[in-house]
Design a binder for this molecule. Sequence first.
Ligand code: SAH
Length: 290
Amino acid sequence: MTTNVAHIPKLPEGDWPVFSPGLVWLVGAGPGDPGLMTLHGLNALQQADVIVYDALVDERILDWRKPDSKIEYAGKRGGKPSPKQRNISLRLIELARAGKRVLRLKGGDPFVFGRGGEEAQTLVQAGIAIRITPGISAGIGGLAYAGIPATHRDVNQAVTFLTGHDQTGLTPSAIDWAAIAKGSPVIVMYMAIKHIGQICGNLIEAGRDPSEPVAVVSNATLPTMNVLETSLSAAPADIVEHGVEPPAIVCVGRVALLRQTLDWAAQLAGHQPRSLDPLATGRNLLEDAS
Ligand code: SAH
């Protein structure tokens, strides 16, 4: 890949951290749209010697790196058993010990369902100094691009983030579906497409209304973003029928209805909001701004 120097964005004036040789910085690249990368992330890109990046990192972000830096793809798709994880950590250690400034660039936030915690632990155990830069996680930022707030005062005072896969590739057995169904009005699911039938079934069995709104946001924040609006009982069949593929975030709960009003991307493209008060609260939000 060539780097177009003319397009390397400038950092604002400031006291940016210096990337010393032999360090590993774990950085979140955000869910896709390069504009969601943080300034700390940009600072890291402009100093790193080697960038080890994941499948979900948008490659346009790599154009912002230091021109003589190297890139290494450590791609793996979510949900698959990942024998390579250990190799990735060992590679980071090897590069750091060779005196490189190593940037480990991960999609979304490195500490949210991204194995960033495990990589960081391995590095620290190996005696390598690290720095962590959070990123915008798909479960929050991706929903925002679909016009769905993860919380809304009229809907939920709690939200659960969960993964539809565990290390074995199965639906995690440790998830207490009954507790989540009862206690979490909004459930935001990562890596949930493969086992969506089982997951929706678990939630309905645990007492959730089969007609509860569900939004499935795939390729969130990217030009290819697609949003499927469905319900808990219809989601599995709709996902198949519409050919929805990972990466996708599944949002269960009435916040998904807010998209009818807040689908800002469609509105910027000239569409009218579909509803003025999808939650039917009867509240005039303009008067009640407290
Ligand atoms: N650390 C990442 C999550 C990694 S797990 C984060 O904080 O966002 C990978 C899962 O994240 C995918 O299977 C999908 O569920 C979700 N994901 C990541 N990028 C996404 C995107 N652009 N659109 C929709 N889902 C995304």
